[in-house]
Design a protein around this ligand. Structure first.
Ligand code: F6P
Length: 545
C-alpha cells in the first residue's frame, strides 16, 4: 500500500509550520509586505477572491501547494472530470461537471456520451418550463399554474430553495415556488393551506424515489390535491398536477406519475451536487431556461478554471488548501460563510450539505482511519444580521473561525445610500477581524484602564473576501462550483471519499425500523436501548396509545 498523504514529508512540514506560526499576526504580515492585499488576490471568472487576510505566509502557501502535489490533486481532478469511478464505495463516476458541459462537447462514460443525454433532459425541461410559464400547461380544471411546489429533501431541496431565493430578482412574477422538505406535517400544511389545488403543480424530486420524507409528503400532497379538486378528479388530474425528477422510472410509475412527465438524471450525480440537473426544474420554471443556462455557464467557467489553472493561482484549490491548513493543522472546528446579500440567505444551509455530507468522514479511501481532523462545521447567516448576533464570538471569543465574506458591488435594488452603507459594513468587518484594536489604541481613545481590556480586540481572525459585481445567475453558478471544488480539494488531501454518505443512510434505515413502534395498537417490544424505550413509551402515552 502506498504511503498516506498524512505520513508524507509534506504533511510533516506543515505540522512544523503550524507550530512556528503561532504568534504571527496579520498586522505583521501586512506591515512587512505593503502589497500583500494585491498580491494575494486572485480571479476566477467574475469572482475576485482576496485571500490576503488569511493566516499564511509564502512559506506556508508553498508547503500547502506541495501537499496538494503530494496528494495528486491534479490527477484526481482530471480523473473526476473524465468520469473515472472515484466514488469507490458505490463504484460510481462523479460527474456533476458534465451537467454543465456545452451541447457540442463529448464525454464518453461507460460507453455513453453523457453530454447528449444531459442536453436531451435540459431541452425537455426547457420545453416544459416554457409551457408552465406561458400558461399553456394547464391543470385539471383548465386553469394555468400559479404555484410550483417542489417536494424533496437534502440535495433534492436545498439547492433548489437556495437558488430560487438567490435569483428571486430574475423570476417570472406570475409564478411562485414553494418547497416542502420536512416530514413534520406542519411543513406540508404551511406550504399548501392557502393554495388553490387547481393552479398548483407539484414536482416530486428524489434521486432514489425511495426517501421516506419525500414519498410521504408526495402521497399526502396527492390526497390534498384530489380532495381539493373534487370527486371527478383521478389519475388524469394527478398527471396534470404532478411531475417527477428522479433516476428511478419504475418507482415514479408505481407512485402514479406518468413517466412522460419524468425528468431523469443519473447515478453519477450526487444529491448535493444535483442542482444543475433536472433537480433544478423548479428554479428553471421560476427564472426561465435562458437564466438557467446562464447559471450553468457560470458553473462551467469555474470548472474550467479548476481543471486547467496551475495550482498556485487555482482559486478553489487555494481556498481548499487554506481550509485544510486551518482545520487539520491549526485545529479550527468550524468555518463561517457570511454572504452580504439577503438573496443568499439560504446559501450557508445549502453549503452545509455540500461540505459536511461530503467531508464528514473519518475513514480513508483504503478503509484506514483518518487520524486527523477532517470536515469542519460550516455555518453562517447573511450580513449585516449576523453582525448583531454571533460576530461577537468571532471578534473576541477564544475560537479560531475562518470566515468567507461574499459581497457584490452593485445591488439588485438600489435604494438611497443603503447599498454603500451595507458594503461599508462588509469591508469594515474583515479589517476589524484581521487587525483588531490594541490596548494602546483603546487607552488613547480615553477608555479607563479597568474597562480597556474588555475593548481590546486581538484581531488575527482569518477571512477571505469574495467580491463580484452583481448577483446574477452566472455568478451564482460560479459561487456554487467554487465551493464544490473547495470541498473536493479538501477531500483529496484527506484521502476520503467525498461522494458517499453512509452515516445518513443508517439514520434512514433506523427510522424505518422504529416507525411501527410509534403506531402499533398494542405495546411494542421494549427492545431498543433503555433511553429510547422510555421515550417511545412516553410518546405513545402522550399520543393516547
Ligand atoms: O440525506 C441523505 C440523502 O441521501 C442525500 O444525499 C440526498 O440528497 C437526500 O438524502 C435525498 O435523497 P433523494 O433525492 O434520493 O430523495
Amino acid at each position: 500500500m502506498s504511503e498516506h498523504v498524512s505520513d508524507s514529508a509534506e504533511w510533516l512540514a506543515l505540522q512544523g509550520h503550524a507550530e512556528k506560526f503561532n504568534g504571527v499576526h496579520l498586522r505583521d504580515l501586512f506591515g512587512s509586505d505593503p502589497k500583500r492585499g494585491e498580491r494575494l488576490t486572485a480571479q476566477v471568472a467574475d469572482l475576485t477572491v482576496d485571500y490576503s487576510k488569511n493566516l499564511v505566509n509564502d512559506e506556508v502557501l508553498s508547503a500547502l501547494l506541495a501537499l496538494a502535489e503530494r496528494a495528486k490533486l491534479r490527477e484526481r481532478t482530471a480523473a473526476m472530470f473524465a468520469g473515472e469511478h472515484i466514488n469507490v464505495t458505490e463504484d460510481r463516476a462523479v460527474l456533476h461537471t458534465a451537467l454543465r458541459l456545452p451541447r457540442d462537447a463529448t464525454l464518453e462514460v461507460d460507453g455513453q456520451n453523457v453530454v447528449a443525454e444531459v442536453h436531451e433532459v435540459l431541452d425537455r425541461m426547457g420545453a416544459f418550463s416554457d409551457r408552465v410559464r406561458s400558461g399553456e400547461w394547464t391543470g385539471h380544471t383548465g386553469q394555468r399554474i400559479r404555484t410550483v411546489v417542489n417536494i424533496g429533501i437534502g440535495g433534492s431541496d436545498l439547492g433548489p430553495v437556495m437558488a430560487y431565493e438567490a435569483l428571486k430578482d430574475f423570476k417570472a412574477p406570475e409564478i411562485e415556488c414553494r418547497f416542502i422538505s420536512n416530514i413534520d406535517p406542519t411543513d406540508l400544511h404551511e406550504k399548501t393551506h392557502d393554495l388553490d389545488p387547481a393552479t398548483t403543480l407539484f414536482i416530486v424530486c428524489s434521486k432514489t424515489f425511495g426517501t421516506q420524507e419525500t414519498l410521504t409528503n408526495a402521497t399526502e400532497a396527492r390526497n390534498w390535491l384530489l380532495a381539493g379538486l373534487g370527486s371527478d378528479a383521478g389519475a388524469d388530474a394527478v398527471a396534470k398536477h404532478f411531475v417527477a425528477v428522479s433516476t428511478n422510472a419504475k418507482r415514479v410509475a408505481d407512485f402514479g406519475i406518468d413517466t412522460e412527465n419524468m425528468f431523469g438524471f443519473w447515478d453519477w450525480v450526487g444529491g448535493r451536487y444535483s442542482l444543475p440537473s433536472a433537480v433544478g426544474l423548479s428554479v428553471m420554471i421560476a427564472v426561465g431556461k435562458e437564466h438557467f443556462a446562464d447559471m450553468l455557464a457560470g458553473y462551467r467557467a469555474v470548472d474550467e478554471h479548476f481543471l486547467n489553472t496551475p495550482l498556485e493561482s487555482n482559486v478553489p484549490a487555494l481556498l481548499g488548501l487554506l481550509n485544510v491548513w486551518y482545520d487539520t493543522f491549526l485545529g479550527a472546528q468550524s468555518h463561517a460563510v457570511l454572504p452580504y446579500s439577503q438573496y443568499l440567505h439560504r446559501f450557508a444551509a445549502y453549503l452545509q450539505q455540500l461540505t459536511m455530507e461530503s467531508n464528514g468522514k473519518s475513514v480513508r479511501l483504503d478503509g484506514s482511519p483518518a487520524s486527523f481532523q477532517t470536515g469542519e462545521v460550516f455555518w453562517g447567516e447573511p450580513g449585516t444580521n449576523g453582525q448583531h448576533a454571533f460576530y461577537q464570538l468571532i471578534h473576541q471569543g477564544t475560537k479560531l473561525i475562518p470566515a468567507d465574506f461574499i459581497g457584490f458591488s452593485k445591488p439588485n435594488h438600489d435604494i438611497g445610500e443603503m447599498h454603500d452603507l451595507f458594503m461599508s459594513n462588509f469591508f469594515a468587518q474583515t479589517g476589524a477581524l484581521a487587525f483588531g484594536r490594541t490596548l494602546d489604541q483603546v487607552l488613547a481613545e480615553g477608555t479607563s484602564p479597568e474597562i480597556a481590556p474588555h475593548r481590546v480586540m486581538r484581531g488575527n481572525h482569518p477571512t477571505t473576501t469574495i467580491l463580484a459585481e452583481r448577483l446574477t445567475p452566472a455568478v451564482l453558478g460560479q459561487l456554487i462550483a467554487l465551493y464544490e471544488h473547495i470541498t473536493f480539494t479538501q477531500g483529496t488531501i484527506w484521502e476520503i471519499n467525498s461522494f458517499d454518505q453512509w452515516g445518513v443512510e443508517l439514520g434512514k434505515v433506523m427510522a424505518n425500523q422504529l416507525a411501527p413502534k410509534l403506531t402499533a395498537s398494542s405495546e411494542p417490544a421494549a427492545d431498543d436501548d433503555s433511553s429510547t424505550n422510555a421515550l417511545i413509551k412516553l410518546y405513545r402515552s402522550q399520543r393516547g396509545r
